[in-house]
Design a protein around this ligand. Structure first.
Ligand code: FAD
Length: 515
């Protein structure tokens, strides 16, 4: 149990009375029982972005979903307070999405993190029941003990189950299995009204779909049932380099059209020497690629992977050879390594360790992620290159295709409407994962980066490109309405149904708190 000198085992009612001024009612403390609140913690006003720092008035380290329910029931039944509540997973948001200015932050890692694994039979799938506050790395470690693993991942595993399911959860497996939100069988959710609901596609399905990709607006995920499959022991990991965007994207689209043989497809832009080296820390192969950046050239790298199972008759080497014959990379610049499945999935950790050792992890991250319709990818990359400075860009620009038929339109995520209207299956994700080291980028420089990314997002939202933000951040409700487009009414209806007072996830800046 966590305690703080200031409010040791403070009762929820006393806390709320303290937070709410002027108080208009008194209630017996015994009605709610003691909850563990801290006045605040170092992390509750901090996230990976290091751009927004909103302090809550208190932090709840809940020991059970019942405690979360108790808090939300109280807040939603009292008409006196304007207190908001944010679940905080690993706090890897960019723009304060898991913060609650003067409200209450619930640190989800305080929930018991027991993970139970169920091996499926012929007709029933294997799955894991896991706390919403657990990290994906914990689920990987536990499921591998049973020779199983989730099917769909994010690149980085030190994110929580609840945090990525509130967005989508994408990586190089998404073209094959859909995002993480397409790989969940059931959820336990505490709604904004404090109701504890078990939901699935067949049980309280409206809440189930609302919460998936719901930006924390409808409820707090306290447990998820995540699909598992047999885990491969090893992975053949391939990188191939390109000097033009068109060939690069054509080959990526060729690869995602081969889901029976290819297990992972991503790609990134090689903007300068540094981006080549920093993206290669985890790739343990000697790469002889010596690009000429002098004339403003930009290069591209496709990353793919093939799983290897000891007990199945797979020959990943053979598959890689066959694939290499079909791709049009720069001659000879095709590199292969074999790594354990765990090391492959956990590859970004190595980059984290490297960046931490150079003091470059805990710096501002003005990231921008966009879903771009296939028809607009060329124009989008031109727009981006016109707004960043490739020679001194610090970070990585990811570019890889997803297939829209692997996404469930009932969830709250919105993909570009242009793709839907044109019946295009391919949508690109472009992740501008830029760092702003204060040693080289002042506050003014950070503001300028944020402004340029905002400009790119705005310009790319025009129908000509028709892009939509992933992990969205918008300055006003009008912008959110545009973001959701024809799904806005559904989003609002769901909000009115599951969190009518707009208590949850104020850091997203979508709905103001009402009484
Ligand atoms: P937080 O930042 O803590 O929370 C995010 C939002 O979800 C907040 O609104 C919060 O209130 C809400 N929330 C948190 N927990 C819950 C819960 N249990 N129930 C309901 N709502 C909740 N994303 C990808 O898709 N693919 C990637 O490959 C990828 N790589 C990343 C790599 C790094 C280094 C970083 C920093 C981020 C990456 N992300 C990626 C983005 C990441 O998925 C999101 O930022 C995600 O929200 C982070 O999870 P978290 O646990 O840190 O969430």
């Amino acid at each position: 149990m966590e305690f703080d000198m200031f409010c040791t085992r403070i009762n929820v009612v006393l806390l709320l009375l303290a937070l709410s001024s002027p108080c208009k009612f008194i209630q017996s403390p015994m009605d709610f029982g003691p909850l563990n609140f801290l006045q605040t913690t170092n992390t509750s006003s901090l996230d990976f972005g290091r751009i927004v720092f909103n302090s809550p008035s208190a932090v709840l380290r809940a020991q059970s979903p019942e405690e979360i329910s108790m808090l939300l029931r109280f807040l939603s039944s009292s008409s006196f307070s304007k207190i908001t509540v944010a679940a905080r997973g690993a706090g890897h948001s960019i723009h304060g999405q898991a913060q609650a200015l003067d409200g209450i932050v619930i640190e989800m890692d305080s929930l018991p993190s027991a993970i139970s694994i169920h091996r499926g039979a012929e007709s029933s799938p294997s799955y894991a029941d896991v706390s919403g506050g657990a990290l994906w790395i914990q689920l990987l470690e536990e499921s591998l003990k049973f020779g199983l693993a989730p099917r769909s991942w994010t690149d980085y595993l030190y994110l929580t189950i609840g945090g990525t399911l509130s967005n989508a959860g994408i990586s190089g497996q998404t073209f094959k299995y859909g995002p993480q939100i397409s790989n969940v069988l059931q959820l336990d959710v505490v709604t904004g009204k404090g109701e504890q609901v078990t939901c699935s596609p067949t049980e309280s399905s409206e809440l189930f779909y609302a919460v998936l990709g719901g930006l924390g607006q409808f409820g707090i995920i306290t447990r998820a049932r995540v699909l598992l499959q047999d885990a491969p022991e090893k992975v053949k990991w391939v990188r191939a380099f390109y000097d033009d965007l068109e060939t690069f994207t054509q080959d990526q689209e060729l690869l995602v059209a081969m889901p029976d043989v290819v297990d992972y497809v991503e790609g990134f832009m090689v903007l300068n020497e540094e981006s080549l080296h920093s993206s290669s820390i985890a790739f343990p192969s000697h790469v002889e690629f010596k690009p000429d950046f002098q004339h403003g050239n930009v290069y591209y790298c496709i990353e793919l992977a093939i799983h290897e199972y000891q007990d199945k008759n797979t020959d990943a080497e053979q598959v890689v050879n066959e694939i290499s014959k079909e791709l049009s990379y720069i001659p000879f610049h095709f590199y292969t390594v074999e790594v354990s499945y765990f090391d492959f999935l956990n590859r970004v950790r190595m980059e984290e360790i490297n960046l931490r050792s150079r003091g470059l992890w805990e710096v501002p991250h003005p990231w921008l992620n966009m879903f771009v319709p296939k028809s607009g990818i060329k124009e989008f990359i031109e727009l981006l290159l016109g707004n960043i400075s490739p020679s001194d860009f610090e970070g990585l620009v990811l570019v890889y295709p997803l297939l829209t038929d692997k996404w469930d339109a009932n969830t709250s995520v919105v993909l570009p409407e242009a793709s839907e209207a044109a019946g295009q299956e391919v949508v690109y994700i472009v992740g501008v994962l830029q760092s702003a080291d204060p040693a080289t980028c002042s506050a003014e420089c950070l503001r300028s980066l944020l402004y340029r990314h905002h400009h790119v997002a705005q310009a790319a939202a025009d129908p000509q490109i028709g892009a939509k933000q992933y992990l969205p951040h918008h300055p006003s409700q009008g912008h959110w309405r545009d973001h959701f487009g024809r799904r806005w009414d559904r989003f609002m209806d769901r909000k009115a149904r599951f969190d009518p007072l707009s208590i949850l996830s104020p850091g997203q800046g979508i709905f103001p708190r009402t009484y």
